[in-house]
Design a protein around this ligand. Sequence first.
Ligand SMILES: Nc1nc2c(ncn2[C@@H]2O[C@H](COP(=O)(O)OP(=O)(O)OP(=O)(O)O)[C@@H](O)[C@H]2O)c(=O)[nH]1
Length: 565
Amino acid sequence: MNSNKPTLQEKIARLRASFISQLPKRLEEAQHQLILLKADPCMNRVAAVELHRTFHSLKGTGYSFGFHELAGIAGDAEDYTQQLLDLPDERTPPQWPDRLIGLLQELASQAQILVYTDMRKDQPLETPFFEMNDSSSDKDSKPGACNRLVYICDDEIDQVTHLSYQLRCFGYQVEHFTETQEFDRAVMKKRPDAVVMDVRFPHGGTAGTDALANIQKVTGQQLPAIVLSGRDDFEARLSAVRAGCQSYFTKPARPLELATALDEVMEEEVFEPYRILIVDDEPEVAQYHSLILEEAGMLVHELSQPANLLATLQEFRPDLVLLDVYMPDCTGQELSALIRQFPEYLSLPIVYLSSETDRQKQFSAMQVGVEGFITKPVIPEELVAAVALRAERMRSLRALMVRDSLTGLYNHTTTTELIEGALAQAKRKQESLAMVMLDLDSFKEVNDNYGHVAGDQVLLALSRILRHRLRTNDIVGRYGGEEFAILLKDVTPQVAFELVDQLREDFSKIRFSSGQQEFYCTFSAGISSFPFYLRAEELRIAADKVLYRAKKEGRNQVKLDDGNE
Ligand SMILES: Nc1nc2c(ncn2[C@@H]2O[C@H](COP(=O)(O)OP(=O)(O)OP(=O)(O)O)[C@@H](O)[C@H]2O)c(=O)[nH]1
């Protein structure tokens, strides 16, 4: 029996994901139709009708799935194509190809944003009896808003006040309690995203961890929690394990370490299922393996017709392919070789799932760049483990292509592409944008005085602040070594200035440590804006120029471009 039957929400989520994955292909087709259209001086009506249909379908499906931005552009394109179709040939305006090319470019930018967003999308939390914490929607709407809610429970008021202050600098919304009873009441009223709990309280040596264990017992749900305690003995640590706490820190608190641990416990709740493609000509066999993997939380697509493989790869975007070796139309070996003909699938893990036990035949079948061989009948746990391990590696590899490995922010190339896309969108919506170039001050000295590892901690802390304090639809990238590029959407230059200046102030108060030494760090930033500058490169140069001025005038400051540089 399949206990993992997808809910309606999950089915819709799958359909949305599939729509997103198909977008590049659809837009490619539209581009092809446009080329045909352009090639004919009298406008090829057949291609125009086809193009109209494509825009129409993108609009309809886009709205159905809630992609209003994309659907809006497709709607404009549809209207414009309809106007062209309604005109007699001799009255077609000369600028029509440019207008359509522009709209198509906007659609491509929008599609790119959706694809990236889809790669980093979170699953909603299931909190049936707690009041839903709606702070994430704040984050999307208000520039610079704090987001994730952390409860700190500790009876040492000085510790708590200082730690709350530092964690707020990292972008958490923090509430603190000095008594466990007060903490209990707050949790039942509003579930936090994570908890920092002390162990010892005046009324009990392990009263803090006991309170957490009790909440779990009463509600049946585990709160993501870490311990920060003055105790460092076996009993205290064991009580933390029993209360389900993921990390244990001893006082004094090191805010960056705690922020990192908090991120980890919160991220554990985010799970995007591995996407597995099973190619097997026997549907029942495919279904059986599919059930095992689905039971382990994976998303599985079964394919019995190898001829549909390429289309399926493109649409389903699997993290791994499980291939039967012997099929009537072609062999697994041939299919693997075919997959490897495409550069984009060179790193896609392929694993054979076959009843072939002859080691020699297995070995020769793997010569075409196949990762592994699992023999039927499978042991379910082994199948799940082998697939999960390889799929995870594929995920990490994909992330590497888009993100900077140290900070997890977008890398230089991705940042530049996303900024171009956002600019096209702002032009269409006639919204303002702010571009921020941000650079750590005297960072060489930090490395020289406290070591490269400490320098990396500073980079991590700054990226964490940027990620948490900016809205999810803002673009934050690591542009170079100690330089960051940020694009703030739909903000006036003044609002952008105030926001970045507040970040600067908060960041300057974060206490870093390296061995016994403690130090603080600052950054300088330059801001330029659209529509004052119309092109991405102009925006960057202008922001860079004022950043240079901020450095020259003493660092630890933000400068706003006024067009006079
Ligand atoms: N720890 C660490 N340091 C890095 C990384 N990338 C670049 N850096 C260092 O960043 C420093 C940048 O130094 P400079 O360009 O001289 O600038 P600065 O010392 O920050 O001085 P100003 O920008 O003028 O305030 C160099 O020492 C680089 O080695 C990294 O990933 N980790």
